[in-house]
Write a protein that binds this ligand. Structure first.
Ligand SMILES: *Cc1c(COP(=O)(O)O)cnc(C)c1O
Length: 454
């Protein structure tokens, strides 16, 4: 024992040496589980707190064990999304389908990622999914990279570097807090030529900006906002006309990549009719993992996609094997007519009666456990920077009690439940609760309500 001075009382207190503690059986157990180094560090921190009077020696072992558990526990945790925001960026955008999750497990081990099993020769990883994408969208060429930001960067770099790209001032968007079109353009080495104004850009504005140095026209979908009132923008068909007349490429950054019409969201099929290269995300309305997809149908577009493939940046931005596996499974589900098995699709189209029935069922079960709730009509959002003005009718379950304290208790629960506060009530939206999560959710709500009563 070393004797040191306790600043609180001015009396000497005893603190053990770390080595002595390690020999005690309770600490030896911790060493077995977490390794000597980590335990020594946790004991040192604990003893230092005791010395400062911030901790008590009586709870020493429990505190050390808790510290080690916290460090060892995974930081990434499953949460229940009760917000009603289907593509919730903070919660990982699209939840994967079971087929996609199963595919992740296949890719996690050894797989024929880059081996053509028939010939025994080296294969191309992206070929696994390119054929499915061209089949799904009825086009001629497909390329996949890490995310849509990467797809746009690759297109601009491979096709427009050192040349001019004409874009409307109304489409110089920022998406997801870090994707800013002017920054991406600068990074690619293409020169951005802005035309029109924030609210109005006409085909003639593009036409007048064409020079011998022009390489492409770029249309950017204003995914996460709408300009209303006195507005005008050139349609993709009109832009295609300008591009054709001047032998330029028409690039379309679509963002969401809707396979089916929804709200006023432009579809991939519509874009492919006019543009040469269209790019969009894998984890927005497509309902797959984070990925960037570039598609082409025109002869010019196919050449452009080939050029993108061959560019060295494509290697740096390439899709990883787990993502590729999940993407392949998701696209295959759409190609084979099983889109309804994709959670995003199911959530978007779940009939209101089903949602209401689910909320009512929870309400009854919670009442049996002494938790008071009521049903409230409301709306779910698509989210993920898609369809800012589109909402889907839903029925919310409002929990009686102080909204902010309830939502905090739910968030700190196990598993964490992310609720929504609507008109000062803590609400749960069944639309974004995955299949099979109902019982867990009810338990979590009961537990949260109990913590407030204590
Ligand atoms: C979402 C979005 C992006 C960024 O896509 P990520 O897949 O998140 O990189 C780029 N452009 C538009 C128009 C978008 O909507």
């Amino acid at each position: 024992m070393r004797r040191i001075h306790d600043p609180r009382v001015g009396l000497p207190v005893s603190l053990p040496a770390v080595g002595t503690l390690l020999n005690e059986p309770a600490y030896a157990e911790l060493v077995k589980e977490y390794g000597r180094e980590r335990v020594v560090e946790a004991i040192r921190e604990q003893v230092a707190s005791e010395r400062e009077g911030a901790a008590d020696a009586a709870g020493r072992h429990a505190a050390v064990a808790a510290k080690l558990r916290t460090v060892a526990a995974p930081r990434l945790r499953r949460v229940i999304n009760a917000t009603g925001v289907i593509l919730h960026t903070n919660l990982g955008r699209a939840p994967l389908s079971q087929a996609a999750i199963d595919a992740l497990a296949v890719a996690a081990g050894y797989s024929n990622l880059e081996l053509d099993l028939a010939s025994g020769k080296r294969g191309e990883r992206a070929a696994l999914v390119a054929g499915l994408l061209t089949a799904l969208f009825g086009c001629e060429a497909a390329l996949v990279v890490n995310n849509n930001a990467a797809a746009v960067l690759l297109a601009l770099t491979a096709l427009c570097k050192g040349k001019e790209v004409i874009v409307s001032r109304g489409q110089l968007v920022e998406i997801g807090g870090s994707f800013r079109m002017p920054d991406v353009m600068r990074l690619s080495g293409a020169r951005m030529v802005e035309v029109g104004t924030t609210n109005r850009t006409r085909p003639a504005d593009y036409e007048e900006a064409v020079t011998p140095r022009s390489a492409a026209l770029l249309r950017v979908h204003t995914s996460n906002f709408r300009v209303s009132g006195f507005t005008e923008s050139a349609s993709l068909a009109e832009l295609a006309g300008v591009a054709r007349r001047h032998g330029l490429l028409l690039l379309d950054d679509l963002g969401s990549g809707a396979a089916e019409p929804i709200g006023d969201e432009p579809t991939v099929a519509e874009s492919l009719k006019h543009s040469d290269v269209v790019t969009f995300s894998g984890d927005k309305l497509l309902g797959g993992p984070q990925a960037g997809i570039a598609l082409a149908r025109s002869e010019q577009g196919v050449e452009a996609v080939k050029k993108m493939w061959r560019h060295p940046l494509a290697r740096a931005l390439r899709i990883d094997k787990l993502t590729l596996a999940a993407l392949e499974a998701t696209v295959r589900q759409r190609v084979t007519g099983h889109a309804e098995q994709i959670p995003v699709e199911r959530m978007l189209h779940a009939p209101l009666e089903d949602v209401r029935r689910r909320a009512a069922m929870w309400s009854v079960k919670l009442a049996e456990r002494g938790v008071e709730t009521r049903l409230v009509e409301g709306s779910s959002a698509v989210g993920g920077g898609s369809l800012p003005e589109h909402s889907v009718a839903t029925t919310l379950l409002a929990i009686a009690g102080p909204a902010s304290r309830l939502s905090t208790a739910l968030r700190l629960g196990d598993p964490p439940v992310i609720a929504r506060i609507d008109k000062d009530e803590c609400c749960l939206d069944p639309r974004t609760i995955l299949k099979g999560e109902d019982e867990t959710l009810i338990d979590a709500v009961e537990a949260a309500a109990m913590t407030l009563r204590r």
